[in-house]
Design a protein around this ligand. Sequence first.
Ligand SMILES: Cc1cc2nc3c(=O)[nH]c(=O)nc-3n(C[C@H](O)[C@H](O)[C@H](O)COP(=O)(O)O)c2cc1C
Ligand SMILES: Nc1ncnc2c1ncn2[C@@H]1O[C@H](COP(=O)(O)OP(=O)(O)OP(=O)(O)O)[C@@H](O)[C@H]1O
Length: 333
Amino acid sequence: MPSARELARDFIVDLPACPEALRVGVDPVPGAPAPCAIAIGAFDGVHRGHLDLLQRAKRDARERGLAVVAVTFDPDPDEVVSAHPAPKLTSMADRVRALASAGAGVAIVPFTRELAALDHIGFFERVLAPYLEVRVVHVGADFRLGAHGASTVDVMRAWGAARGMDVMGHELLSDGDAPITATRIRSLIAAGDVCAARRELGRRPFVRGVVKRGRGQGTGMGFPTANIEVPGGMQMPADGVYAGFALVDGAVWPAAINAGVPPMFADSAASARLEANLIGYRGDLYGKTVAIAFDRLVRPSHSFDSVEELIAAVNRDIATIKKAYGDASVRIA
Ligand SMILES: Cc1cc2nc3c(=O)[nH]c(=O)nc-3n(C[C@H](O)[C@H](O)[C@H](O)COP(=O)(O)O)c2cc1C
Ligand SMILES: Nc1ncnc2c1ncn2[C@@H]1O[C@H](COP(=O)(O)OP(=O)(O)OP(=O)(O)O)[C@@H](O)[C@H]1O
């Protein structure tokens, strides 16, 4: 099994004690806003590129004696402005925890159509200024703010220069030839390449959901499976059988996972879209929240000529994963 530290990073529970996120426009306006360096973005996934940006902002803030704050939006702007929002890598709560565990303060700006219509001047002067005295802005070089993305790094820099606010547009961190972006990580996960997604995220991709009753046949087949109902709008991996890890009640178990409706039972409405056998776990999981981190794709999920062949294949999957990771849990919380 991976170490407790690595698994805690995978499931974003490696939090040092951190202050509450500031809710811009919701929390009371402070008497004297703190002078700070900020990084701005949706930060879905809080991937290695985002962490690189935050490190740069932190280094700069330290040199200038400023606080560092990640300014993000709730809901994700894509949910408000896009007709077809992309599935997300992280819930808002996980996003905020990952930003905080990277050592940044977090300010959450409610994202509305009105906010989307503002330009950078309205955003900085009307929205942020009552809460934050922004001395430096760190963003990726391609970052654009405001209506029609008109506020580019150059536009913001020219405006900021007259007000003593620096704007730094950083080259995007790349993996190979392409920049690391949430969009690219989503497509790697959607294609089943959870290993490449892990490399770019800096941790294994995971989803979280509540265990619901399925068709109830797994136990009779010799391998009980937890049917996990993941909230809509989250990025799921390509259909297939995966080796991975399951977090439940603060402990992580090795897991044999089927993602997608089982081809053998595709016509049953009760078939789960995500199910996992937690290797070594004994007990009732119904109603519990379980998070599943994907480690690697083992094989495509397919139809067999008989249920006996399906059972034999699943038992082989479980045996392979048990050989690699054992059948004991690691406590992380
Ligand atoms: C590791 C693993 C591999 C699986 N592989 C397949 C597969 O290749 N084809 C398939 O139709 N179902 C596959 N399944 C799903 C099983 O058919 C399913 O778990 C079983 O029918 C019990 O479903 P139930 O819990 O909804 O009753 C797999 C499940 C697991 C845990
Ligand atoms: N690879 C990267 N290296 C450094 N900074 C990055 C990188 N990717 C994004 N950023 C910056 O991080 C902030 C948050 O970015 P954003 O939320 O747009 O992420 P993204 O990964 O580009 O997402 P998407 O693919 O959904 O557009 C922005 O300032 C953005 O420019």
